[in-house]
Design a protein around this ligand. Structure first.
Ligand code: FES
Length: 159
């Protein structure tokens, strides 16, 4: 536990600032998991243990929360996690065609990482942008109204 004014260093040091924004350490869990995923790229066993330690929470609580939400990656990914919605509205609006584009252009199939390690691809259920589909997340950025041309344009902005 850190003392007021003390400089905290090391992995997940930024969680000390996040904790100050919430009334309890448990309330800080979701933003802490997002921060850990940003820092490490995915949530390994060790990363979850570090979050639990920083927040003084049981590891089981941290693990069960992380595994419940599909936006948290439980395995190593490419530098950018691409998640395409394949729920009904997005599928009707062309999500399947986008998957074909990603396969042709980057050699990506759902559950895989591109050979250059740049992107990993997952399909997911509704991400709440059905009226603007097809929709996808790249890391935590939402992109909507995708077409074959637009998805390439968007992905080329991610090195
Ligand atoms: S169905 Fe795709 S965002 Fe809702």
């Amino acid at each position: 536990m850190s003392e007021p004014g003390m400089v905290v260093e090391g992995p997940l040091a930024g969680l000390e600032e996040i904790k100050k924004q919430y009334p309890t350490e448990r309330a800080a869990l979701m933003p802490a998991l997002h921060a850990a995923q940003r820092e490490f790229g995915w949530l390994s066993h060790e990363a979850l243990a570090a979050v639990a330690s920083r927040l003084n929470l049981p590891e089981a609580t941290v693990r069960s929360t992380a595994s419940f939400y599909s936006m948290f990656q439980g395995k190593s990914t490419g530098r950018h996690a691409v998640r395409i919605c394949t729920n009904v509205a997005c599928m009707v609006l062309g999500a399947e065609g986008l998957l074909a584009v990603l396969n042709g252009l980057y050699g990506l199939a759902p559950g895989q990482t591109s050979p250059d390690g740049r992107f990993s691809l997952e399909v997911m259920e509704c991400i709440g942008a059905c009226d603007k589909g097809p929709s996808m997340l790249v890391n935590e950025d939402l992109h909507t109204d995708l077409s074959a041309e637009k998805i390439i344009e968007v992905l080329e902005t991610y090195e």
